[in-house]
Design a protein around this ligand. Sequence first.
Ligand SMILES: NC(=O)c1ccc[n+]([C@@H]2O[C@H](COP(=O)([O-])OP(=O)(O)OC[C@H]3O[C@@H](n4cnc5c(N)ncnc54)[C@H](O)[C@@H]3O)[C@@H](O)[C@H]2O)c1
Length: 438
Amino acid sequence: MNRERQQVSRREFLASSAALPLAAGVITIPGVARGAWAGGSDTIKVGVVGCGGRGTGAAAQAVRADPGCVLWSIGDVFQDRVESSYQSLTQEVFKDTPERVQVPAERRFTGFDAYKQVIDSGVDYVVLTSYPNFRPAHLAYAIERRKHVFAEKPVAVDAVGSRSILASAALAKAANLGLLVGFCWRYHDGMRAVFERVNAGEIGEITSVHTTYHGGTLPKRPRQAGWSDLEFQMRNWWHFTWISGDHIVEQAIHSVDRMAWALNDRVPKQVICLGGRAARSGPEHGDSYDHFAAIYEYDNGIRAHHTCRQIDNLPADNTDYIYGTKGRAVVNGFGGVFKLYDYKGNETWAFKGRSRDMYQAEHDEMLASIRAGTPINDAERSTRSNLMGIMGRMAAYSGRTVTWDHAMNSQENLQPATLEWGPMPTPEVAIPGKYKLI
Ligand SMILES: NC(=O)c1ccc[n+]([C@@H]2O[C@H](COP(=O)([O-])OP(=O)(O)OC[C@H]3O[C@@H](n4cnc5c(N)ncnc54)[C@H](O)[C@@H]3O)[C@@H](O)[C@H]2O)c1
């Protein structure tokens, strides 16, 4: 994969307004004109790369987001996923409006190059929902071909991939292309109402944050006859760090992102993180940990905490606690809690309305912004949150403190040089003190 390997200092990264034009300066392709599709009458063709659960859902949401949207092509590395997604979209989701799905067999692609075929099939808006490790390459190609993109989180599993995403984000910005990353809680009305108040200083200066993502283990698929090692790992992708980034990056990243949100998207100075496997074993569980506890430290001395767990038969939790000098905020993504309190224990505000479906809202807002000629591009901010998860994992695996500068410039590249259906040893579980921090 062609990866960006530029050196980025923390100061350069923080001064993003200075860093982006540098990257944008290399643009030679013309951008998409402001106001393209203005008036809402023209068709917007949607393509999907990665036809699993999220890809099928996001396909439906993208099409529903605008009356001019049609699903135009779909692709997946596995044939069975393409077909099951196509069946679901045509036989169930759009059963009564078949004109919204215009995906004949010749626009249903399979294999590792399916993403190129989808992107080159005449689409305008690409939904990238494959495994996270492929996102940097898929995004780079989509932006090169000047497509608007919805990219699911995580956008990368390592620092090399993160820099590639940042480069694509800058190119997208310069070309006036939309690039929305699926940190869906940013599109939830209750969550937005709380974080707007927090960011506006309603609970005072923030002194600490603790976010949680405690749940059970994700699917395990026992090996089937005929599966190569690579297929076995890909079918169990959540549990292999080179594909998923491990669960602090793959799943709990929503809560890491909310920590960033609470702190006005400042980046931390460094992180220390403990983690390991207490209840995981067996080949389907690959090399991923089942718990992490991270402490992010900021320039101003604030410490923010994040804990995540994937262990069965235990209580789930997705509460964030945000402490300010005048009060505190408590939100719970699993429980629908969005509240502010003072330090006498009084509830001072609560979100009592109904939120839009956040998965639909992100596409609604994206399509509206594209129609308006001012497409959303939140990829730089999202990549910062994503890198916070990656640096947490790096700290846990190595047992070392990892600075933002180190993570930003790390040469850790988890991707195999080539991918072929065949033998692929299960990676060793990282042992702190032995795992090399790169
Ligand atoms: N925002 C959210 O709340 C949310 C929820 C679920 C999943 N997700 C994210 O969406 C992504 C997909 O998750 P999912 O639950 O749909 O997983 P999934 O396993 O159901 O689907 C992923 C699909 O991508 C395909 N794929 C993998 N590599 C590919 C490649 N190189 N080219 C083409 N297709 C490829 C797989 O075969 C699979 O069908 C992940 O990044 C996940 O973190 C986000």
